[in-house]
Design a protein around this ligand. Structure first.
Ligand code: 2AM
Ligand code: CA
Length: 261
């Protein structure tokens, strides 16, 4: 079984085209890694190239939709439909030659995400979801995990940025979780893939402060359609406004909220 609505097809095609550039550029990173200049500017250029391809393809198919994208910001058109784009999520991994990053594209309609795609080009894993039609990994239906005790769970987070104003708070939350789970907390470096992994049942819960909308837009629908919960740290729906996101299977949401109190 697979998802094949018109919008999903547009998103899949745009991602596959952009992924060709990512894969080629990722191959170059190894060479640049050892050069004196390092791959910094090259990575910025890759990010922009990938974004350009995504936008070109999406606009060709849906000329009236608006866009919000990490590098270029907003393009306002018919505001009832909007693409939310993160061309390379996990840029630091990409820059360091670590094969764990993704293209993330969400489609918002009347302020609600209705379609999402997260594509890991290196592992060739395509996560897709559409409102009412389920979540899929490479055309196989995905479900969140069924673990019910936080102690037995594997949880992910992103941690603070070096200049974060919330550093103490974030480290405190990390500390609290680390004494609740037997398996040490994972930090894989791509927020969109963290969410896709919750949807796929690989990870049981993920929490993070201060993410941008493009980091989480596609993940929101993937997790919801896989039967998981997306809330803020208090269990409410204000995760975009509050910039606190908690993503879980359907069993451990309350237990994670207790830890975040
Ligand atoms: P990026 O690679 O597109 O910059 C790393 O923890 C993950 O969080 C990445 O997905 C990174 O996206 C994202 N991220 C974006 N803004 C962040 C922030 N203010 N603090 C922590 N992580 C952030
Ligand atoms: Ca991102």
């Amino acid at each position: 079984m697979k998802l094949s609505s018109a919008n999903i097809n547009v998103m899949v095609n745009a991602c596959r085209k952009a992924a060709k550039v990512i894969i080629r550029d990722f191959g170059e990173i190894e060479n640049l890694q050892v050069s004196l200049k390092g791959p910094g500017d090259f990575v910025t250029a890759s990010d922009k190239k990938v974004e350009t391809i995504l936008i070109e393809e999406l606009q060709k198919a849906r000329p009236k939709y608006s866009i919000l994208s990490e590098e270029i910001g907003k393009i306002t058109n018919d505001d009832s439909f909007k693409w939310i784009i993160d061309p390379i999520d996990g840029t630091a991994n990409f820059l360091h030659g670590i094969p764990h990053f993704a293209i993330s594209v969400g489609l918002e309609h009347d302020n609600e995400i209705i379609c999402g795609i997260i594509y890991d080009p290196i592992k060739d894993e395509m996560f897709t979801a559409e409102k009412g039609n389920g979540s899929y990994l490479n055309n196989q239906r995905m479900r969140v995990s069924s673990r019910s005790k936080l102690k037995d769970c594997i949880v992910f987070t992103g941690g603070p940025k070096f200049n974060s104003k919330d550093k103490d708070l974030i480290l405190n939350e990390y500390n609290n979780f680390s004494s609740k789970v037997l398996i040490p907390i994972r930090k894989l470096g791509s927020a969109s893939l963290d969410m896709a992994y919750v949807a796929a049942g690989r990870c049981d819960g993920f929490w993070q402060r201060n993410l941008n909308y493009w980091d989480i837009a596609a993940g929101i629908i993937l997790v919801k359609e896989a039967g998981g919960f997306v809330t803020d740290f208090t269990g409410e729906n204000e995760y975009i406004q509050n910039k606190t996101i908690l993503v879980t299977n359907s069993n451990i949401n309350k237990e994670m909220i207790e830890v975040l109190k």
